[in-house]
Design a protein around this ligand. Structure first.
Ligand code: DX5
Ligand code: ZN
Length: 214
């Protein structure tokens, strides 16, 4: 079943608690939390105090997307906050296999994010053990960007590799996801659809979440 993950970067931070409750009532499956350090990506979002507050308020699972250098340094804290899923960028670490194991040993699902230019070949040897793969469908750093069509090929490739080998990973897409691009991603094999600006700007959140899952 396809899952919808609202990206809280697009929420109104002055009403964060309220919007979390409303998105849950609208049928959201998992919240997507974007952590940006102003180094790996040219923007800063929010950090641990905000993640901690979200973890106290939200009742659905939380998916942290680390867009930082040295992602290793944050794992312990996320585990303590009851985070369910953590992804890091393959471009941001020299030891992705070790980091994947650390996340899993801390009781969380480990994901690897791929920038638009990064081929699947770079994570080929991690595929049997990884829990999910985050295919960036925009360049990371900002919400509200346009979906990059060429990234969709990787979703189809990963789906085919998964079938051929019986691998268990889920495929997540992130960036520029609206009803039209969501449908194309679902057809290509995506399981987890992250959506920020489209969902939060929709007049009827319940309807928007429902349509995205179909
Ligand atoms: C971009 C982030 C996304 C972003 C998606 O760097 O990783 O999660 O919030 O926002 P939209 O859906 O507006 O592209
Ligand atoms: Zn993200």
């Amino acid at each position: 079943m396809t899952k919808v993950l609202p990206s809280l970067l697009a929420s109104d931070f002055t009403k964060l608690g309220h919007e979390i409750g409303a998105m849950e009532a609208a049928g959201a499956d998992i919240f997507h939390l974007d952590i940006m350090d102003g180094q790996f990506v040219p923007n800063i979002s929010y950090g641990m105090p905000v993640v901690e507050a979200i973890s106290r308020t939200a009742s659905i699972p939380l998916d942290v997307h680390l867009m930082t250098l040295d992602p290793e340094q944050f794992i312990e804290e996320f585990s303590g906050l009851g985070i369910d899923m953590v992804s890091f960028h393959i471009e941001a670490t020299n030891h992705p296999h070790r980091l994947m194991q650390r996340i899993q040993q801390s009781g969380m699902k480990a994901g690897i994010a791929l920038n638009p230019h990064t081929p699947i070949e770079h994570i080929r040897h991690l595929l049997p053990e990884i829990d999910f793969i985050l295919i960036m469908t925009v360049n990371p750093g900002f919400g509200g960007q346009k979906f990059i069509d060429t990234c969709l090929d990787k979703v189809g490739e990963l789906d085919a590799v998964r079938r051929e080998n019986g691998y268990g990973y889920e495929i997540e897409v992130d960036g520029g996801i609206n009803q039209e691009t969501a449908e194309r991603c679902r057809e290509a094999g995506a399981d987890l659809l992250v959506s920020g600006s489209h969902l939060f700007k929709s007049p009827d959140w319940q309807e928007a979440v429902r349509k995205m899952k179909q």
